[in-house]
Design a protein around this ligand. Structure first.
Ligand SMILES: Cc1cc2nc3c(=O)[nH]c(=O)nc-3n(C[C@H](O)[C@H](O)[C@H](O)COP(=O)(O)OP(=O)(O)OC[C@H]3O[C@@H](n4cnc5c(N)ncnc54)[C@H](O)[C@@H]3O)c2cc1C
Length: 383
């Protein structure tokens, strides 16, 4: 649902200009320095990017999902690591608290997440629990008016920098499934919370992950999201649809950027006396990528509109994540192919994007997990 087309056009225009004039020219620097330049981080905060999905009453932009995916598609047109820094504040970091948090938790954390004053991380994955997230082993044992957390979380985005963590931990050792899991808000300077060294990743340089280790970390009981044990996994699931559509939209944006890069190169470069773009086999690659990016855009917008109208879009959100993450992988592969040897050289953006997009098929639920979710829901619907 688009509330005011004129206001949205202005916002998208501003973001598009920011991407073109500020972020794209700094992509190589982001990769080389493995850090988001501080002045760009500040500009992102000023533009409200940390609070895209946070309601206006808490200082965010309060975008509907359709509006948010349109913005995410624009932001997708540059290195995904730029988006990563504000992704969690818009996703589980704030949405979990907004949907299930107590009024006190909302007032204490959400406005500062919306401005980017606080940076958040989401801690679900563990060394022995990834796709099977409900089997997580981090424990939280009640001790007076605190809980004592022990365990290790793995690959946590923004882990090295986050001020506040949403941590999924098992409060009921007798319940080995989702029902035994509780979501805690843990502040970054809590004694007993340790950060491992930053992981050395294949791509998305500038976005950082690390282990987050809890050793007898005492967290006030009032920091349970919603105040009730056993609700954590449900909270995570509630925000998943939004997160999956957001990532799908970023995949569409990246794919559109790669189509632009491929087309520009194919027009400029000449072989056999004509531009690459005149060779029909190159045209086939351009056409396939254009078509797939368009298909992705269309399905993400459709699912987002339906979600805004109150429809349950769990299956559709997984369809979008499955298609768009795989699609952008194919588009990136063709982009390298269209560039020939230049596509393998880091001076060209497509080489970097080829590595960057690989992650989309892995996090926020792998491709296989999306397939499992879609098929399970299909079977459920008829039985
Ligand atoms: C850069 C990066 C950032 C991340 N950020 C975060 C974060 O901020 N917070 C967080 O909590 N996690 C984060 N993750 C973790 C990510 O969500 C997991 O890596 C992902 O869910 C997969 O889990 P896994 O790595 O344990 O793989 P596994 O679950 O071990 O899967 C390995 C393979 O087996 C397949 N597989 C597993 N189960 C099934 C099944 N039932 N049917 C078919 N195939 C199956 C998978 O699809 C995959 O191909 C991040 C990961 C990376 C790499």
């Amino acid at each position: 649902m688009i509330r005011d087309p004129e206001v949205l056009d202005q916002l998208i225009d501003t973001i598009s200009r920011f991407v073109r004039e500020r972020l794209i020219p700094n992509e190589a620097r982001l990769a080389e320095e493995d850090a988001v330049p501080p002045e760009l981080l500040e500009e992102m905060k000023q533009m409200g990017l940390f609070g895209l999905s946070i309601p206006e009453e808490y200082g965010g932009l309060g975008l509907t999902l359709e509006e948010e995916v349109l913005v995410a598609m624009e932001i997708g047109k540059t290195s995904p690591a730029f988006r990563s820094i504000f992704g969690t504040n818009n996703g589980i970091g704030a949405q979990g608290i907004l949907i299930d948090g107590t009024p006190e938790q909302k007032t204490k954390y959400v406005p500062r997440l919306a401005t980017g004053e606080l940076l958040s991380s989401f801690c679900l994955t563990e060394p022995d629990s990834g796709s099977d997230a409900a089997s997580l082993r981090t424990t939280a044992v009640r001790d007076g008016d605190h809980y004592v957390l022990n365990g290790t979380k793995r690959f946590i985005t923004n882990g090295p920098h986050a001020d506040v963590f949403t941590v999924m931990a098992r409060t009921d050792p007798g319940n080995k499934g989702a029902g035994g899991i509780t979501a805690f808000i843990v502040e970054g300077d809590t004694p007993g919370l340790k950060r491992g060294p930053a992981d050395k990743k294949m791509g998305q340089k500038g976005a950082h992950t690390c282990d987050i280790i809890f050793e007898d970390c005492r967290v006030p009981a009032e920091n349970i999201i919603g105040g009730k044990e056993g609700q954590g996994f449900k909270t995570a699931m509630k925000v998943l649809d939004r997160g999956r559509l957001h990532i799908s939209a970023v995949c569409v944006g990246v794919a559109e950027r790669l189509v632009e890069e491929s087309l520009a190169y194919a027009i400029e470069r000449k072989q056999f006396g004509v531009s690459l773009a005149e060779h029909q086999l190159v045209q086939a690659m351009l056409a396939d990528s254009k078509t797939e990016a368009y298909a992705g855009r269309t399905m993400v917008l459709d699912a987002a509109r339906r979600k805004d109208e109150g429809e349950n879009v769990s299956t559709l959100a997984s369809c979008c994540k499955l298609f768009c993450a795989e699609m952008v992988g194919r588009v990136a592969d063709r982009a390298v192919q269209v560039h020939g040897g230049a596509g393998y050289i880091s001076e060209y953006a497509v080489e970097r994007f080829y590595r960057d997009v690989r992650l989309f098929r892995i996090y926020e639920g792998t491709t296989q997990i999306q397939q499992v979710v879609i098929a399970r829901n299909m079977v459920r619907e008829v039985s």
